[in-house]
Design a protein around this ligand. Structure first.
Ligand SMILES: [Mg+2]
Length: 376
């Protein structure tokens, strides 16, 4: 008979990590990463890792997620069987509303334990591996565009061919100038996209969006605030360039409404929005049923959440436009994994080891921890 496991202890850390440069967005600037790392240990000595990486202007705060985890979510899992992942997720959803990032962290840690106990990677717990590598997209968001051009040159030399320009944090002319410079410099050797992070009002958006049609973009992401579904649907209807919903679609319910209203041609999947990998697969299933594409999005994350996202990417039946798990490799000054998160030649490689398939560097984790909350 298989060995039984029980969750014995939990630890929640708020971690702050320096980044290589400030990134600007339609919703504000980011100058460091504050994230929450969860560590669950079983009575059989297996440790599972998870990450809740919120963004205050998008999903929530690190402090709120750390409290949700340490006071409401993890205490209810102590003594539980980690294989009861769906039962424990439902329980977490009943115990505390919102905090999808905290629930993603719980699920990731449970899946990491399950995978390690069985000796299989997380994507095998989700139905298997449709792909073992995914094209990487890097986000250009430096207010100093000359630095971004130099960075694009460097990364293109590394094999990165997809760039997402963060737009809407300065004026329209600045966005057009940057796209023109990139097209002049690289022609069609780059796959270009833009992301407004909700940065325009509906009345100003349409004439500006029409100006972008000539740049042959793969998509325009979240031009207006998340609740303006009617404007999103209108842009999807009248523009040739595909529209992607990010902030407008967190979970299955929002995906269902978004599909009914046809608010986008593509949904950005993020485990931090959906509340975990299994919930993200549900969002992807709704998208697929509606003929809407999916893309691998992320928040400001370490290699732990990237690894969880990579297993999700592997398990998706369809994935259309790559993923953006570039933070650990190209944005953090140093990550907290023992081995670098696997990005090679412009592709994210899906880890194949048991569980997440990555190991945490405890000394580096400790060095960047600003608060520890122990749960017995
Ligand atoms: Mg986005």
């Amino acid at each position: 008979m298989a060995q039984s496991h029980k969750i014995h202890t939990g630890r929640v850390r708020i971690v702050e990590l320096p980044v290589t440069e400030v990134h600007s967005h339609g919703s504000g600037d980011v100058g460091s990463i504050k994230t929450v790392i969860v560590e669950l240990t079983t009575d059989t000595g297996i440790t599972g890792w998870g990450e809740a990486s919120p963004w205050p202007v998008f999903t929530g705060t690190a402090e709120g997620n750390a409290n949700a985890l340490s006071r409401y979510i993890i205490p209810a899992t102590i003594g539980a069987n980690p294989f009861d992942v769906e039962v424990l997720l439902e329980q977490a959803e009943k115990n505390v509303v919102h905090y999808p990032e905290a629930k993603a962290a719980l699920e990731t840690a449970l899946l990491d334990i399950m995978g390690k106990a069985l000796g299989i990677p997380i994507h095998d717990l989700l139905g298997g591996c449709h792909r073992d590598q995914v094209r990487l997209s890097f986000s250009l968001a430096n207010p100093d565009f000359e630095e971004d051009i130099a960075k694009a040159e460097r990364l293109h030399g590394d094999g990165v061919e997809i760039f997402k320009l963060k737009t809407g944090f300065k004026d329209h002319a600045f966005d057009l100038m940057r796209l023109q410079r990139l097209r002049d410099r690289f022609q069609d050797r780059l796959d270009l996209r833009i992301d407004f992070n909700q940065g325009m009002t509906a009345h100003e958006a349409l004439p500006r969006l029409r100006d972008f049609e000539s740049f042959r973009l793969s998509f325009i992401e979240q031009p207006v605030p998340r609740d303006n579904l009617e404007a999103m649907a209108h842009f999807t209807d009248v523009l040739t360039t595909p529209i992607m919903a990010d902030e407008s679609v967190f979970n299955s319910r929002e995906a269902f409404i978004g599909a009914q209203m046809r608010i986008a041609d593509i949904f950005s999947l993020k485990i931090m929005k959906s509340g975990g990998l299994r919930r993200a697969l549900n969002v992807a299933a709704i998208a697929r049923s509606a003929g809407i594409g999916v893309y691998g999005g992320c928040m400001f994350e370490t290699g732990i959440a990237h690894a969880a996202g990579a297993h999700l990417m592997a398990a998706l039946p369809e994935l259309n436009l790559g993923c953006e798990f570039y933070m650990a490799t190209y944005y953090l000054t140093e990550d907290i994994l023992t081995e670098p998160f696997p990005v090679r030649n412009g592709y994210v490689h899906v880890p194949s080891g048991p569980g997440l398939g990555v190991d945490v560097d405890l000394a580096r984790l400790e060095k960047h921890t600003v608060q520890t909350l122990q749960v017995h």
